[in-house]
Design a binder for this molecule. Structure first.
Ligand code: NAP
Length: 248
């Protein structure tokens, strides 16, 4: 089934985890994929993976924490496959620490890579989306942006910020046929959660009614729906994919 008419989907952080699953899922729905990684080797890995899976597109090196790198990425796209019709702001990091011990660098790095990146990438994609009068912006948030989590004040602030940004931009550009939504995963099995101490992981599992970690593919399926024609009347929303871990 095709949702895409061969539109270009830019997925940041497509080398691993949730971003990789999103790139493959959108690729299987005939979107052309531009998937980023922070290194050249990572970008080549994305290209190789897409080719292996029969998905059109390639990898690009980009640091979403740098305005210059994002500008270079956008130029490379405009010189190549064209402007993205779908933007998936997925790249993100954690630098966990209790606030009393948190260094200013740990705060700033998380806010810059997780939140300021939204501003950089969305702004860069808006003009061509406005011209096309069609666009989908999907920002990957986190359940802890709603629930909070001790030791993650920087990360939770960045994710709550993403959701406010999403609602505001949705109101701003709805009239141009562009939807803006957030997807907030719960506890998903990736390198990011693999880094959690075992006792913390065990405690988190106890809070999940579905009693298991989520799979990256289960987040990708929701992103694919929001990017598809079926998701056309949803904007400004945060869709939770968390096994019931947080119920508002
Ligand atoms: P992950 O496995 O750690 O992968 C992170 C991805 O982001 C990698 O592709 C990485 O590229 C890229 N990245 C890191 N820093 C970057 C930068 N400065 N510029 C561009 N790309 C950068 O993470 P994940 O678990 O898949 O998480 C993906 C998103 O989901 C994040 O926004 C995260 O906050 C969110 N999330 C995850 C979970 C979870 O349980 N895993 C839960 C809620 C929300 P390299 O490979 O080159 O390093």
């Amino acid at each position: 089934m095709s949702d895409s008419n061969d539109k270009l989907a830019l997925v940041t952080g497509a080398s691993r985890g949730i971003g990789k699953a999103i790139a493959l899922e959108l690729g299987r729905r005939d979107f052309i994929i531009a998937g980023t990684a922070t290194t050249q080797a990572g970008a080549e890995g994305v290209s190789a993976l897409l080719a292996e899976e029969g998905v059109a597109g390639r990898g690009y090196r980009a640091d979403v924490g740098s305005s210059q790198s994002v500008e270079e990425l956008m130029q490379a796209l405009l010189d190549g496959p064209g402007a993205p019709a779908v933007l998936v702001n997925n790249a993100g990091i954690t630098r966990d620490n209790l606030l009393l011990r948190m260094k200013e660098d740990e705060w700033n790095e998380v806010i810059n890579i997780n939140l300021n990146s939204m501003f950089r990438l969305a702004r860069a994609c808006l003009k061509p989306m406005t011209r096309a009068r069609w666009g989908r912006i999907i920002n990957i948030s986190s359940v802890v942006g709603s629930s909070g989590n001790p030791g993650q004040s920087n990360y939770c602030a960045s994710k709550a910020g993403i959701e406010g940004f999403t609602r505001s931009l949705a109101r701003e550009i709805g009239s141009r046929g562009i939807t803006v939504n957030a997807v907030a995963p719960g506890f998903i099995k990736t390198d990011m959660t693999g880094a959690l101490p075992e006792n913390q992981a065990r405690e988190m599992l106890k809070q999940i009614p579905l009693q298991r970690l989520g799979r990256a593919e289960e987040v990708a399926a929701v992103v694919r729906f929001l990017a598809s024609d079926g998701g056309a009347y949803i904007t400004g929303e945060t869709v939770h994919v968390n096994g019931g871990m947080y119920l508002a």
